[in-house]
Design a protein around this ligand. Structure first.
Ligand SMILES: C[S@@+](CC[C@H](N)C(=O)[O-])C[C@H]1O[C@@H](n2cnc3c(N)ncnc32)[C@H](O)[C@@H]1O
Length: 374
């Protein structure tokens, strides 16, 4: 039965006020993103770090050499970023009347991973991740989403990014589109992928114990492979990546490098790892690579397994982690042909690639570690 579109149930007073507040929040979240980008461009996290981990708004004004009349605006930006958890506020008179009543701003874990120019074990500045995902090219692609939905595009369906810009991300066509974007997104991707390697090795020791040979499939310059060998010196580790990447890899003798095409063949090993690779790929391409990985390993009895590290979408870790996973899925949808997958999606991929079984070894934040058996 067709609905009567001439009438509508109007929310009650309380619902209406809440709906309006939710409308403000959801329509304006891009200002949080851009506020975060602004803080990164100005170098606020790095400045607070260089000032000893805490700074007043006046300290920030002088360290960043901002014109005096921008002080009230900087306070307003910081208030939003404190509310979003990017910075923490401390001190103030405590009258409770003013939302600007802050003596100093401190770094939180989130802004600490945005501090740049520091060399420390397990510190990977996420500055370029923020600059990449909030870049004009990404925003332009997201802006064209409705138009992209309406277009009857032939399969395999290009992403909105490809449709708008005529180039693919993380591809040889990206520098032709914009060399600056290419540099930022590659640095951002490396920072994103390197974050949490230490956590993985501490929390999932059992995944690597007893492994004698391992191929890090699509392992880029070998940062993860070198960390694995450092933690588990008994593992002989080989990185497979495209010739362009392998040519630039550091030859320190810690890991072997093989230039090749994971769609064609993966070098043999007891275990093959796919870390943050498949979420960039369509299901068809993921099955092709997983199939090559399966062919490269021995039977389960002989210790053969594929280690997959990727996002496992699901609400079990609470609404904040779930929202982060869904945002990462939208990021993939708008900019790549990949997707973030829930457990059914992973089960289907592993089955199509000919694996007999798998287990989720551990959930590490938004990501999970799987062992997949032939
Ligand atoms: C998202 S990155 C992988 C991240 C990496 N596993 C890590 O955790 O740091 C994707 C990698 O796949 C590589 N790649 C793309 N196509 C490939 C192919 N056909 N064969 C092998 N490597 C490929 C890229 O060069 C890139 O280094």
């Amino acid at each position: 039965m067709a609905a009567n579109t001439q009438t509508i149930e109007v929310p009650n007073d309380a619902e209406l006020m809440q709906a309006q507040a939710d409308l403000f929040r959801h329509s304006l979240y891009y200002l949080t993103s851009m506020g975060l980008r602004c803080a990164v461009e100005l170098g606020i996290p790095t400045t607070i770090h260089s000032l000893g981990g805490a700074a007043s708004v006046s300290d920030l004004m002088s360290s960043l050499s901002l014109p005096d009349n921008k002080l009230p605006f900087l306070q307003r930006l910081m208030r939003v970023l404190v509310t979003a958890g990017v910075f923490a506020a401390e001190g103030g008179s405590g009258s409770g009347r003013s939302t600007f009543d802050v003596e100093r701003f401190r770094l939180t874990p989130l802004s600490r991973i945005l501090v740049d120019g520091v060399v420390a074990d397990e510190h990977h500045s996420q500055r370029c991740f923020v600059l990449g995902v909030t870049s004009r090219h990404y925003v332009d692609a997201a802006f064209a989403l409705a138009e992209w939905f309406r277009k009857d595009l032939a399969s395999p369906v290009p992403s909105p990014f490809e449709d708008v810009h005529g180039a693919r991300l993380f591809d040889e066509s990206t520098p032709e589109l914009d060399p600056e974007l290419d540099a930022v997104v590659n640095e951002g991707l490396a920072a994103h992928d390197n974050l949490g390697i230490g956590t993985l090795l501490r929390e999932c020791r059992g995944v690597f114990e007893g492994v004698k040979t391992l191929v890090d499939c699509c392992g880029r310059h070998g940062a993860t492979a070198r960390a694995i060998v450092k933690a588990f010196p008994q593992i002989k580790c080989t990185v497979l990546d495209v010739p362009r990447l392998v040519d630039q890899a550091p030859r320190d003798g810690v890991v072997n490098y093989v230039a090749g095409d994971a769609f064609q063949a993966v070098p043999s090993a007891q275990a093959v790892m796919l870390k943050l690779v498949l979420h960039h790929l369509s299901d068809d391409d993921s099955v092709k690579i997983l199939t090559q990985c399966r062919k490269a390993i021995p039977s389960r009895k002989e210790g053969g397994k594929v280690i997959v590290i990727d996002i496992l979408v699901g609400p079990s870790l609470g609404p904040v982690m779930f929202e982060a996973q869904l945002m990462m899925d939208m990021l993939m949808m708008v900019n790549t042909r990949g997707r973030q997958r829930d457990e059914k999606d992973w089960h289907d991929l592993f089955t199509k690639a000919g694996f007999s079984d798998y287990k989720v070894v551990k959930k590490l934040g938004a990501r999970a570690v799987f062992e997949v058996y032939p």
